[in-house]
Ligand binder design. Structure first.
Ligand code: ZN
Length: 242
């Protein structure tokens, strides 16, 4: 069985170096891993990973809403530079978050720039959304054709809105802590489902093979078909939309 991880911060695994991580991912049979940045300091490490394993690592360049105060003013130019350099690169993680009190006007402006870059380069967006469903809902129509909601655990009605606008849903093993999550998992169409670890913060890539088994039991699909479908979904997500 083969695996994918649609949201991981490999630069934050402090105890392992890039070569070790890549060797381990190959050992576990991962075929594609989206490595997201949180701030512009991460970009060059992601580029290194993408050079080491271009078939495996999809670098995502973006500014996480928690760090928008820290970025250099030329951050859009930096992202543009890396997107030009790495044709497999995408945008993220970026989005909205009400947890840390970061100014929402600023968050909207930064996200808008990510949307423009996604459209300019025809690349997908890896979106972070915490306590801000209303904000994303108000700009659904502006989103690029390909986007995913990372670490999704929202309501089924919000799920339907995302699906309606063509979005993919990425879930991580922590979702199973909530007993109500089974209904949500059942409601995600198999062809829009992605799995992630959000490692090293929420989970770890080594848990994803088991997570696939658990999802397959909930959705009553055999785990091999499910893992193939998720591979295909990630491929569809990253392939250009025209
Ligand atoms: Zn993340």
């Amino acid at each position: 069985m083969q695996f994918t991880d649609s949201h991981i911060h490999l630069q934050d695994y402090k105890t392992k170096n890039a070569q070790q991580i890549i060797a381990e991912l190959r050992e576990y049979n991962f075929t594609k891993v989206i490595c997201v940045s949180a701030q512009s300091d991460d970009f060059s490490y992601l580029a290194t990973l993408a050079e080491l394993a271009p078939e495996l690592i999809i670098p995502a360049f973006g500014i996480h809403p928690w760090y928008i105060d820290k970025v250099p003013t030329d951050w859009p130019e930096l992202i543009r530079h890396f997107l030009q350099q790495y044709p497999q690169g995408i945008l993220g993680e970026c989005g909205f978050d009400r947890l840390k009190g970061v100014d929402l006007v600023q968050q909207k402006a930064v996200f808008q720039t990510h949307i423009e870059l996604a459209k300019e380069f025809n690349r997908p967006l890896n979106i972070h959304l915490v306590h801000a469903e209303d904000i994303l809902a108000s700009i659904f129509k502006q989103l690029p054709p390909k986007f995913l909601l990372h670490s999704f655990s929202g309501s089924i009605s919000f799920l339907r809105q995302i699906l309606h606008h063509g979005g993919y849903i990425s879930i991580n093993p922590l979702i199973l802590r909530n007993p109500k999550s089974h209904d949500l998992i059942k409601a995600i169409p198999s062809d829009r489902l992605l799995v992630e670890s959000d490692g090293p913060f929420q989970s770890d890539y080594s848990y994803l093979p088991d997570f696939i088994k658990q999802i397959s039991q909930i959705k009553k699909i055999d785990s091999l078909s499910l893992s193939r479908q998720i591979q295909q979904n990630l491929q569809n997500f990253i392939s250009s939309s025209d």
